[in-house]
Ligand binder design. Structure first.
Ligand SMILES: [Zn+2]
Length: 59
């Protein structure tokens, strides 16, 4: 069962669509603002450092 966390304990954060340069996977991701994108792990292939923002607007 997934762990439920309190979002207010993890602000400020960033939400954006990211694409992986290794596997071409895309996902809407949310991470802590002080975490460098080079440290993010792709949820599809598990590689670290290959995620970039797509620029897709989120509504
Ligand atoms: Zn990937």
């Amino acid at each position: 069962m997934a762990e439920i966390i309190e979002i207010d304990d993890h602000r400020p954060h960033i939400t954006a669509e990211l694409a992986c340069m290794y596997c071409k996977g895309r996902a809407i991701c949310c991470w802590m603002e002080d975490t460098p994108m080079k440290d993010l792990e792709c949820g599809h292939c598990g590689e670290v450092g290959g995620l970039i923002k797509t620029g897709q607007y989120l509504r």
